[in-house]
Ligand binder design. Structure first.
Ligand code: ATP
Length: 489
């Protein structure tokens, strides 16, 4: 659009100068040549990036995907439309045009699309929504056309009957129309996709199925989700414990595991991990074994790898003696409070720097819980506040080490507000402004600070006891922590 205006203005200026008697021909010729070169470069760019990555037969099968049994089943059912298309045609069922996979990042959406291509013996073409985003007008729409052209060509060349086009990051390409800053270009691209999808017919020789993935389905334009476009929506969630175990088994198949390794234990402590995280855990464990020149991966390599994926690499950063004492008090505060409100919940406490953390407490996840009561949320907030409050109680001051804890506490308070667990009761939180939220947030935090401080004061001796041990040992397992807590109590 902007370029059209520029061309118009340019022609006007040239005409004006020509009327005034200036020789505008050489400059004009130069500009026209530059414009043609620019156009050529862009069209090359379209060809280069606009057609995605093509794979004739993907190596991924549904068995290579751990967990996700519901998603796999739903997907396979939908794909049977493609396999038994003759039967569908006989019954007059319109062909399936689009499947939307939605869920958090790293949960296996791309793997599912690849497995779908293999299951249906389709050609596979993969692009990312961000590849359609260009500052040049018309490029995105041309890329969409090119994509479908290429899919048809692939089907013909490979003598297949169908192709799957996989569009990752669909929310970039398919955001609600009018919601982007340079929305005209985005809207044109999305419109083109909808036109192509509407034009898909089974009797065109090639059946094309569009599979799209997003982790923000709510951001998508409703037109995309209309029946006849993305007919099926398949949720791909974070794996549960069984799913995590299945994924760990898949990714350790090609790795020598020591006999003592209990993958169930690793699956238990990795609540909230995605498939990508779990793959990384097995890989990191193998790297750790290599570093130790071990021939097989032991359980401690896997535990260490979980920590690394969760918190980052161990750092050689050596805080001063005073800082180390403060960190030990802070972490002991978290650990002691966690054991008081939820006995046997700490799996490890450490004052060794890792990633961004100077020290950390790891908790055993309450297995795969999807609901939290008010009491649980309050306990979590108290555990988060306990680090800074322990510092205040023993050393008289707080430090900047608690910034992350406060962020966590504020997020939990927000969850309480949304769930109607605040003095405001059930309310539309999105309509509250900062002035209305602030006093409620403060009230909740002040009350929980008071309760936390009371526990810290009552257990001051235990706190000092663990601090001392932690300063010497640097890291304590949950069992060691609990036995020390018993002896110093
Ligand atoms: P994104 O939304 O970030 O594009 P995604 O959901 O498409 O992520 P994938 O690219 O499919 O995730 O997965 C990344 C990697 O994580 C895979 O190559 C695989 O190693 C591992 N992985 C993820 N989920 C699973 C699973 N369910 N089973 C086995 N491996 C998995």
């Amino acid at each position: 659009m902007k370029i059209d205006i520029l061309i118009g203005v340019g022609i006007g200026v040239f005409a004006f100068l020509a009327v005034l008697g200036y020789n505008v021909f050489p400059v004009g010729l130069l500009l026209v040549t530059a414009f043609l070169v620019w156009k050529f470069v862009i069209s090359r760019q379209i060809l280069k990036t606009g057609n995605g990555v093509a794979i004739s037969t993907t190596g991924v099968e549904f068995e290579d995907i751990g967990g996700q049994s519901v998603a796999k089943k739903e997907l396979q059912e939908a794909l049977d439309f493609l396999i038994y298309s003759d039967r569908m045609k006989a019954l007059g069922i319109r062909p399936l045009k689009g499947i939307l996979l939605s869920g958090p990042t790293g949960t296996g959406k791309t793997l599912l699309a690849k497995a779908a291509a293999r299951y249906t013996n389709s050609a596979f073409l993969s692009v990312s929504g961000s590849e359609f985003v260009e500052m040049y007008a018309g490029v995105g729409a041309e890329r969409v056309r090119g994509l479908f052209r290429r899919a048809r060509e692939m089907v013909r060349k490979e003598k297949k009957t169908s192709a799957i086009i996989f569009i990752d990051e669909m929310d970039i390409l398919g955001a609600k129309r009018g919601s982007n800053v340079s929305h005209h270009e985005y809207d044109q691209t999305l419109n083109q996709l909808l036109i192509e999808m509407d034009g898909l017919k089974a009797d065109q020789g090639a059946h094309i199925l569009v599979m799209a993935a997003t982790n923000r389905p709510e951001a998508l334009d409703p037109a995309i989700l209309r029946p006849g476009r993305f007919d099926r929506q398949v949720k791909v969630d974070l794996p549960d414990k069984e799913g995590r175990l299945a994924i760990l088994k898949i990714h350790t198949k090609n790795k020598p595991l020591a006999e003592n390794v209990r993958l169930e234990e690793i699956a238990h402590e990795t609540f909230g991990f995605s498939g990508a995280h779990l793959e990384s855990v097995t890989n990191e464990a193998a790297i750790l074994a290599l570093r130790e020149e071990a021939n097989e991966i032991s359980e401690h390599h896997l535990h260490e790898a979980v920590e690394k994926v969760m918190l980052g690499e161990k750092l050689d950063r050596k805080p001063t003696k005073e800082e180390l004492r403060r960190i030990a008090i802070h972490e002991s505060g978290h650990a002691m409070l966690a054991e008081t409100v939820r006995p046997n919940s700490v799996s490890q406490v450490s004052i060794r720097s890792r990633g961004n953390a100077l020290g950390y407490v790891r908790h055993y996840p309450k297995d795969d819980l999807y609901l939290y009561t008010q009491a649980m949320l309050e306990e979590q907030i108290m555990v988060a506040l306990a680090g800074a409050l322990a510092e205040e109680q023993i050393l008289g001051t707080r430090s900047t080490g608690a910034a992350g804890d406060y962020e966590q506490a504020l997020n939990l308070v927000e969850t309480m507000l949304l769930a109607g667990m605040s003095p405001l009761g059930v309310t539309d939180v999105s309509r509250l402004n900062a002035e209305q939220r602030e006093p409620v947030t403060k009230e909740i935090l002040a009350e929980l600070e008071e309760r936390t401080m009371k526990i810290i004061k009552e257990n001051r001796q235990s706190l000092l006891g663990i601090t001392q041990i932690l300063e010497v040992e640097e890291t304590l397992s949950g069992e060691m922590l609990r036995s020390h807590l018993k002896t110093v109590a």
